[in-house]
Design a protein around this ligand. Sequence first.
Ligand code: SF4
Length: 84
Amino acid sequence: MRLVVDLNRCQGYAQCAFLAPDVFAMHGDESLLYNPDADEAQREYVERAVAACPVQAILVDQVETPAGAAAGAATSAQEAPRER
Ligand code: SF4
């Protein structure tokens, strides 16, 4: 499974590191380390972390590329409007 943490949103609350410690880890007080290509076996824990993140910083399966597919297949993902 593919996941991304929006580190601009992440406030370092560490809920994710608590709920899915094999995928997320705190490094120091505020910086978060994570595995962007987490094993499928971690999905249940990652989904708990997604639900628990107070700022909804964890995005799952939004950058999925089918195995063997040519690049460009996933260009229909929505992009959030940029704020000025
Ligand atoms: S739970 Fe959310 S805010 Fe907290 S460390 Fe994880 S991603 Fe960041």
